[in-house]
Design a protein around this ligand. Sequence first.
Ligand SMILES: Cc1cc2nc3c(=O)[nH]c(=O)nc-3n(C[C@H](O)[C@H](O)[C@H](O)COP(=O)(O)O)c2cc1C
Length: 146
Amino acid sequence: MHQLIYFSRNTMSGDLLKGLKEILGVSQRNNQRDGVTGSLIFDKVWFLQILEGNLEIIQATYKRIEKDSRHREATVMTVRPLIQRQFPDWGMGGLLRSPDVQEIFLSHGIGGEMDPRKLHAATVVDLALDLKAFDQRKRSDICKAS
Ligand SMILES: Cc1cc2nc3c(=O)[nH]c(=O)nc-3n(C[C@H](O)[C@H](O)[C@H](O)COP(=O)(O)O)c2cc1C
């Protein structure tokens, strides 16, 4: 089991939410087939992605992703062995930087514009885990309210 973390610069314009949803749709289908899990943080300028699974499979997945014209400058931050998955239930969870999560970004030292070139891989994982927990709390609140 390995984890690969990279960042890249978005090249999409127009409806970015729609663009993100399209990426996530294909990713979830392929990753489920390939036993890959992880998360994708998007702040409209940068992508931060965590891929977990068999080393050869995540490397092949990354090679495919790297060539995608919806982003450029894909840069691997780390490839490390993992005892267990950190996002076991997520084929590929999308985490958008929206106003309601600015505090979570701030708690990881990201106040204004994010510069992934200055981030540690461990910060990316901690940020993604916090955003995921927030997302799941929000979803359960919506369920409780309806
Ligand atoms: C930022 C970003 C993240 C992506 N993440 C994944 C991913 O986790 N898994 C995946 O299969 N494709 C991912 N893709 C899409 C791939 O680049 C590619 O379009 C897709 O794997 C092709 O799948 P297909 O051959 O089934 O059409 C991502 C693309 C972008 C731009």
